[in-house]
Design a protein around this ligand. Structure first.
Ligand SMILES: [Cu+2]
Length: 133
């Protein structure tokens, strides 16, 4: 019985790593945005100064992957002593059933991230904050 549990866990681990969508070490945020379930994973955990690859998975109310939306990722930092507010924007590209974008965070500290989902003439936003190291 014990071997079976270990075997099952090993198998799950292999499957998770094999999908390449989100591994255990990814930084993950899951939130509801309007009618959508949005799951964001970042390949650096914690996110780092420099390039961070972002994967965005969007599901509709029925749990189906949304692939016909335009996704913009806006990321910025509020003004701080000696630094004016910074704002960047990048369009995420559809790859398979999810969207991918690259975020270049230019300094450590808190970054406000907004995923903007435009679909059927309507824009819905999902927001979260990361602390870049
Ligand atoms: Cu700053």
């Amino acid at each position: 019985m014990k071997q079976l549990v270990i075997f099952g866990m090993t198998l799950m681990l292999i499957v998770c790593m094999g999908t390449g969508i989100a591994s255990a070490k990814d930084y993950e945020v899951k939130k509801k945005a309007g009618e959508y379930d949005v799951a964001v994973s970042i390949d650096r955990n914690p996110p780092v100064v420099g390039d961070n690859n972002v994967n965005i998975d969007i599901r509709d109310a029925a749990g189906k992957s949304v692939t016909d939306a335009k996704i913009m990722v806006a990321y910025g930092m509020s003004a701080m002593p000696g630094m004016p507010a910074m704002d960047y924007k990048t369009e995420a590209e559809l790859k398979g059933s999810g969207y991918r974008a690259k975020m270049n965070l230019s300094m450590s500290g808190p970054w406000n991230i907004v995923v903007k989902i435009s679909r059927s003439g309507k824009t819905t936003s999902m927001k979260f904050t990361v602390d870049a190291k």
